[in-house]
Design a binder for this molecule. Sequence first.
Ligand code: NOJ
Ligand code: CA
Length: 685
Amino acid sequence: MRYWPILLTCVSYQVFAADISVSSPDKNIKFTFTDQNNLAQYQVNYKDNPVISPSKLGFTFEQAKPMYRDFNVKEVNREQVNSNWEQPWGEQRIIDNNYNELTVKFTDINDKNNHFLVTARVFNDGIGFKYHVPSNKPRAITRELTEFTIIDSHKATAYWIPGQGYERYEYLYNETPLKEVSKANTPITVKLGSGVHLAIHEAALIDYASMSLNREKNGRLVADLSPRSDGVKVRKQDSFDTPWRTIQIGDRAVDLINSHLSLNLNEPNKLGDVSWIKPGKYVGIWWGMHIQKYTWGSGEKHGATTENTIKYMDFAAKHGFDGVLVEGWNTGWDGDWIANSELFSFTQSYPDFDIKKVSNYGKKIGVKLIGHHETSGGITNYESQMEEGFKLYQEMGVEQIKTGYVAHGQNLKRRDGNGIMRYEFTDSQDIVNHFIHNVTTAAKYKLSINTHESVKDTGLRRTYPNWISRESARGQEYSAGWSAPNPPSHIPYLVFTRMLSGPMDFTPGIFNLDYPPLKGGTEEDGLSDYMRPQTTIAKQLAEYVVIYSPIQMAADLPENYEAKPKPFQFIKDVPTDWEKSIALQGEVGDFIVIARKEKKHRQYTGKDWYLGAITNEKSRNIEVSLDFLDKGMKYEAQIYKDGKNADWRNNPYDIEIIKQVVTAQETLKIKLSEAGGAAIRFKAL
Ligand code: NOJ
Ligand code: CA
């Protein structure tokens, strides 16, 4: 008799605990909601083995009751979808969308009015789940409790950058045991002891705060939302949905790249006709500022002059580029432009830049002026002038604007309704909303936006296809000499982490590596003897294939391309819009080989394939089966590879350019030198 109460608890527990599962169409992934221990939880199995062990779901709020303990679960609905859809531009034209969906309701055992729904979608390449919280009153979320408890954490390796840091997302990647992760940004990629690869991220981040992950005990990663300036995580007026929490799952590292999970979890295009959004290639008055040949501000070295822009436009027209980006044409750059964000004008030119003259000149020769809006994080200053800035650009025939938000950490400036300056993260709720406001307003003026220092990508290009690219990582600019350069492993990390989220304006194609370092220093400061891109020339070409973006810059100065016309030919040939993409081989941080088939558009026949391969600091021999090529076709393979004596430190310019006829039956063997690469155009014969 003494044991009755204990027995009763156990019995009631077993009677009421529910497990409700949904599997992927191929049955490899099983997602289960459970209320074991009266906690709202989920778990994930892959090929019959757990990969995510029971992990909490729920919230705490400033005033409302927590959604935390004493919840039970009930099934609400199931759906199945097997369809596909077409991207207006992208790394792949047709996207398969094949999943099984389950919605459940978690209810507070002691208060049936305290409940929330969770919908899970299980695809063959991973899972996504999102909350729906019904409410008839405003709520302030103080914590989202979502956990991702990765099994066997002591055997797992994580590839990650810090979340909510001073440099936003512009960090070098850490490769550490999972148990050494602290606060990580997403996507975070994890290789389990079994060799299975996971990437945790989010999709469709709208009117919410971005999710970083805090590692708590062992492999338990817990959501940590970027706080608003008032300390609350997210404010909502009534019922709300969260973004999707996603886990991509694959046996091989490249499976993560070949997955389109995040795009599938975003809403379809909301802009209607988007034929005005144009992928393409551009040059710009840009690298010159980074290597201090020019200045953004006024004075003798001012880069954005009418004369210089016309020179760049002539170069663009001669070599088939679509546009010329001009930075530093508008007033506000003089002095400390990072601190003085409120001085930026988005309509007033410096006297030596005649915007009408250059855009008219561009129209005559078929080259677009590409706009630039650096805000240095001054959100309110920008929003008060944004439409005027867009109008001016539209009148000038501009179709694309690069925006910038250079401000460190929680330092983006937003004036509240009372005119008080508030300081925000790049990815806190109000700034997330600012970016959406920016791209949707730009769409009214038929302008596409390429955001630098942006909130991370969560696949919103599907919903707003004019959000044409973004930075949100350490780009090539870090190797211009003003910072510790990106090491050779940077791109082999980027493609398996940051690039899982969407296109990146990395700005490839630096051909001249002989400029004086702008800073001297030691390895200890993070500075090196090689304060410039740590690369061979062949690798610079490979970047155009490996790093996907519908707009790609040829970042170097015109004279540096004219000095090396042979490798430059590859940059002129390579398209930026693709029918199909396949990541063929690679390991996180080591190397990557990607093949892409061009899409039929403009001058592109839709028949050619391209391949890019990039290695880290190790030289390696790769063997690539060409079985991705179309069967029965012959191609002229135009191969740009590291020359025999290529050496990124002492002889980076050695490149071997050869042509040979190939078919899908062949295998190519290519040697990549240290920090090297290879780029191939397979021209259909
Ligand atoms: C940082 C951007 O990433 C870079 O491309 C730009 O030149 C500067 N900000 C100035 O806007
Ligand atoms: Ca940047």
